[in-house]
Design a protein around this ligand. Structure first.
Ligand SMILES: Cc1ncc(COP(=O)(O)O)c(C=O)c1O
Length: 446
């Protein structure tokens, strides 16, 4: 049972009337929500000890269920309080309408990744009402609907719902490349750097690494990396691009360059795979038609559980034949799921509703970029193109100090290599969370 107290800044608490503005400390509002909006309300909440509010349920209507708001623990927000008195039982029904609606489940502003988002109520409703079947028998109607919807969206023949982006990438590599073959990719790519050596372990393939520009390859990079037909060399069997590039600080590919690489690959009968974990972040910025974009690739992996906000899942897209083989590999990798529609429904909801709002995340990232650039202890910020902000510190040894100090202020970020910090914006980071972060950064003594 948590008390609600009026903030001292708001003056002494007055007896509330319908519609009266009262200031509350947000840390209290936060507790309020963490207690799932049901708690005892202390007398001070609405003043007079005679008309005290001993118990009550607090129903916080979400004005915009798709826009969740992070807590701002030290900030005061304004809430409207309305209540009615049930004379006999002396119970009051209290309704709060927060200016900033604190819907959060996590107590921190979490910039570590866009994978930390929680499904919204509407998404959860879609998940709970999904019709289900056994997807290993291809009988889950919701999975089938998601796969068909995605294939249509991309203009590709077929899609396959998988558990993660690592799984979709590893399946694609396994289908395209034979053991002992080689694939070409950036030294910064997720498939090489962050998939546990899966290229070697799962497929037994070799990797040709390119140093590229912010995780992106050019046509000449690719041309120079394809092995000649000579028994000394592994046979080059695949080229992999990543758009946007995570290690490249959310960098977007130039579509013209993709087209050149694609033409080269087609001419040389080399499949081209895209790790499009954050492809939609690129698409809302580059103005390229998604279907036209997709025709450049033989296979695409798209994550639903990053900026799009679904709790689980990635899609692998390609031709009928490629997906048929991928389904087999998914099973071998232990990725055949049964009533997967319950999670696929979240992915379908995400694809239908959460693409265009990614622009908000990009605007937030730009605000952070400007704020970081103005700090004396920041040497450089990698120019922001989407939702990833990478700051390089003047003094590399201060990286963990900054991470810890921000953490004490309720802000989680990640180290991204020596002297580097990464902030990723996403749908659970709202305007006020960005304001609070900027304020915290400005106050930090490094
Ligand atoms: C570019 C990129 N590809 C693939 C993945 C893997 O996704 P998952 O975490 O779902 O395996 C990530 C995860 O962060 C990523 O950033």
């Amino acid at each position: 049972m948590l008390p609600i107290k009026a903030n001292s800044n708001a003056g002494s608490p007055k007896r509330s009337k319908v519609g009266k503005w009262i200031c509350f400390d947000t840390s209290i509002n936060l507790k309020l929500l963490l207690a799932k909006c049901t708690m005892a309300v202390a007398p001070t909440a609405i003043g007079s000890s005679k008309k005290r509010l001993n118990t009550g349920s607090i129903n916080v209507p979400n004005p915009n269920p798709e826009k969740k708001v992070n807590p701002a623990p030290n900030k005061t927000v304004i809430a409207t309080i309305t209540y009615s008195i049930v004379q006999k039982s002396k119970k009051y029904a209290v309704q709060f309408k927060f200016k900033d609606y604190f819907y959060i489940k996590n107590k921190m502003i979490d910039f570590r990744s866009d994978t930390v988002t929680m499904p919204t109520d509407k998404m959860k409703e879609a998940m709970l009402s999904a019709t289900l079947g056994d997807d290993v028998f291809c009988e889950d109607p919701t999975v089938n609907e998601l796969e068909a919807y995605a294939a249509e969206l991309f203009g590709m023949e077929k899609a396959l719902y998988c558990s993660s982006g690592t799984q979709t990438n590893q399946i694609a590599i396994n289908v395209h490349v034979q053991p002992g073959g080689e694939l070409v990719t950036s030294v910064e790519s997720h498939i090489y750097k962050y998939e546990g050596g899966g290229i070697a372990k799962n497929t037994g393939a070799s990797v040709r690494l390119i140093h590229g520009n912010r995780g992106r390859l050019t046509l000449s990079d690719v041309e120079e990396s394809v092995n000649p037909d000579d028994v000394h060399f592994p046979v080059t069997q695949l080229v992999c691009l990543e758009d946007t590039s995570n290690r490249g600080g959310g960098a977007i590919y130039d579509f013209e360059e993709i087209k050149k690489i694609s033409t080269f690959c087609k001419d040389n009968r080399l499949p081209l795979h895209l790790d499009g974990a954050r492809l939609m972040n690129a698409m809302v910025e580059n103005g390229v038609d998604l279907k036209q974009y997709a025709t450049q690739f033989d296979s695409i992996s798209l994550c639903l559980s990053k900026g799009l906000g679904a709790p689980v899942g990635s899609l692998l897209l390609g031709s009928n034949d490629f997906i048929k083989q991928s389904r087999r590999v998914r099973k071998v990798f232990g990725g055949g799921m049964r009533q997967a529609g319950i999670i696929a429904a979240g992915g379908l909801y995400a694809l239908k509703n959460n693409i265009h709002r990614l622009k908000e995340d990009h605007a937030h990232a730009k605000t952070l970029e400007a704020s970081l650039n103005a700090l004396p202890w920041v040497k450089e910020v990698v120019p922001v193109e989407t939702n990833i902000v990478v700051a390089i510190l003047e003094d590399k040894s201060k990286r963990d100090l900054v991470i810890n100090e921000l953490s004490k202020r309720g802000i989680k970020i990640m180290g991204f290599g020596p002297g580097m910090l990464r902030f990723v914006t996403h749908m659970d980071v709202c305007d006020s969370a960005i304001d609070q972060t900027v304020e915290a950064l400005n106050k930090l003594i490094v």
